[in-house]
Write a protein that binds this ligand. Sequence first.
Ligand SMILES: [Zn+2]
Length: 253
Amino acid sequence: MLIDTHCHLDFPAFDSDRDLVIQRAINAGISYFINIGATLESSIASCELAQSNPAVYASVGVHPHDADGFDSRAGDKLKELAKRNKVTAIGETGLDYYRNLSSQENQKQAFTRQIKLAKELNLPLVIHCRQAEKEAMQILKAAMPVQAVVHCFSGDENFLKSCLDCGFFISYTCNITYKKAQNLRDMLKLTPLDKLMLETDAPYLSPEGFRGKRNEPLQIKLLAEVASRIKGVSFGELADKTTQNAKGFFGLK
Ligand SMILES: [Zn+2]
């Protein structure tokens, strides 16, 4: 059994065959999907997808790319969504100083607000952090205790250590299969099994051999195979541990 802890099945890339994509993954042994909101609209779509699919759960949040529009009205709307059935987390939220599509000030404000909401509703956080490790850690440390997973981990060993010190989970995507991603494989090696989760971030980040194509939750299986080799454990052990971690973190049965 495997879980895709971070995918975007509501995106237009899946409009023509969403049900087939989900069924294909289920047939391959993926039992749950956490569909991650990136805007208010996609958070609503995530909730709807979770309502119509027994295997799909939702996370609701506003991505740092969209932090510029995240005013107090949007914050209220997000809070309302977060109370819906099958909502298991707040996010993705965080800081992205690589693309800076929203101002850094607004990103920090939106992140802080969503951390506050997660704590208020006792939900874990799904964190997106790119080239803003120091700033993100400052904000998170000031808000501790916080339950979080750092999605699509891309930081260095120092950041990994700080995240583990805070008790955060670390999630890796299919980009660990890329030839130039030795740094990510090194970080995965250093991540304890009991803090590890797997995700596709589909439709993004197709594995090596499929690059340029749409990614699908089905590829969690390939990711788990690669990750088990890197960790030096059996596929079964890696699948069991990461599934157990995801179930506990997102409160799945
Ligand atoms: Zn994502």
